[in-house]
Write a protein that binds this ligand. Structure first.
Ligand SMILES: [Zn+2]
Length: 406
């Protein structure tokens, strides 16, 4: 369903910034039997709201269709685990959390963050809509509700006396179709003096580093601090602190409370965003032509390598890989296969492009000349893991911000 209204403020003046055409759902991996069946495609258009500065896609695919078989198990990434452990330790200390506290995580995945609280004796509750992932969390001892968080669930928790000292929402806000319901739910479930720690990718980085492949149907909003402040203020919440994280190509970690003044870091970032023009349409207008130029460069590079008889595969059957391959029209004529560490993805095929997903061990068996890196956000980690392949002459192609062979 396409909405003409802003997801945050409801304004009706959305301006189209970039169209990536009609693409299949980025996480809808296919079984071999499904390869011959038609795939659902949806428009992937990015728009800017001049009223509240929120960048967003206009299409909303029903969440049940998107999340029921969501295959991203966070524990498969070392980078994410280390970040989660540090964050938990820091909050346990600064908030003096103990057996009488409660930490609630929204979209808690397989419990990879909450496990660090539980190990320290702090009661936890996960809320995770994907049934298979919620089950994985329960199996490792993390109490988890299989639900979509919103006002309703928050009210149930509140009336059951389950109010939170800390609410975590890592990389979920951008996936929520009812933004206002979600944020009012956070306000309802926080204890007085409690804090919500919210991580979202920063739209500034996406635009500057040409990370257009982070756009896909599950990812509805692309936040600036300015747009977030407008959203939280509407629900009586205030951003009291912010940190910039390198994770996912550039993210904001926000500390949100019902009371308290913005820190110097919040005031500084807001001033920077306003100075750059993140609140004005003209900041976004050349994004589409820069993305188009990247596509041309990448396709030319791959064509050139294929004409030299090179074998090319890809690393990372990720959602962003799906956007990149489908938008650029790169499929089996160019890439032999894609590898992924996630065992639940192996044996399946990529949406739209139908590349077989294999285990990373295959790299050393088949030795492609090049690997197109579709998870550039984990570049450092993957390049380290693939030292042997590289030492034997294998090379990586990093597609953004400009195609580069390393
Ligand atoms: Zn708006």
């Amino acid at each position: 369903m396409t909405s003409p209204n802003c997801r945050s403020c409801g304004g009706s003046r959305l301006s189209l910034v970039l169209s990536l055409g009609e693409t299949p759902l980025a996480n809808a991996l296919l079984t071999e039997e499904q390869l011959t069946q038609p795939e659902a495609r949806f428009p992937l258009d990015l728009a800017f709201c001049p009223d509240c500065s929120l960048v967003q896609i206009t299409e909303t695919v029903p969440p049940e269709q998107l999340f029921s078989h969501y295959l991203y198990f966070s524990s498969f990434s070392d980078t994410m685990l280390h970040h989660a452990e540090r964050l938990a330790r820091r909050l346990i200390k600064s908030r003096q959390l103990g057996p009488g506290s409660l930490v609630v995580e929204l979209a808690s995945n397989d419990g990879y963050l909450l496990q660090f609280y539980r190990e320290a004796g702090v009661p936890v509750l996960g809320i995770e809509p994907a049934a298979n992932i919620a089950e994985a969390a329960r199996q490792r001892g993390i109490p988890t509700l299989t639900k979509f968080f919103g006002k309703e669930v928050a009210t149930e928790l509140r009336s059951g006396g389950q109010m939170a000292d800390v609410v975590h929402a890592n990389n979920v806000l951008a996936h929520v179709s009812d933004l206002n319901g979600f944020v009012s739910g956070i306000a309802a479930v926080l204890k007085p003096g409690g804090v919500a720690v919210i991580e979202v990718p920063h739209v500034k980085t996406m635009l500057e580093a040409l990370e257009f492949d982070t756009i896909y149907h599950e990812h509805l909003c692309y936040f600036s601090l300015i747009a977030l402040q407008a959203l939280f203020t509407r629900h009586g919440l205030s951003v009291v602190d912010v940190e910039l994280l390198p994770i996912h190509g550039g993210s904001l970690e926000l500390f949100v409370q019902s009371t308290g003044e913005p820190s110097a870091a919040v005031r500084k970032l807001r001033a920077e965003e306003l100075a750059m023009g993140l609140d004005r349409l003209d900041f976004y207008t050349d994004f589409a032509s820069r993305v188009q130029a990247l596509k041309t460069q990448l396709c030319e590079l791959l064509r050139e390598l294929k004409s030299q008889g090179k074998h090319i595969a890809a690393y990372g059957a990720s959602a962003k890989g799906s956007t990149l391959l489908n938008y650029c029209g790169i499929g089996r004529e160019t890439l032999d296969f894609v590898v992924d560490r996630s065992t639940v993805k192996q044996g399946l095929y990529t949406p739209g492009t139908h590349l077989p997903i294999l285990a990373p061990e295959v790299i050393m068996e088949r030795r492609p000349d090049y690997l197109l890196l579709l998870v550039w956000n984990f570049a450092e980690e993957i390049l380290r893991q693939q030292q042997k392949y590289r030492a034997q002459g294998g090379q990586f192609i990093v597609p953004v911000p400009a195609p580069e062979v390393i």
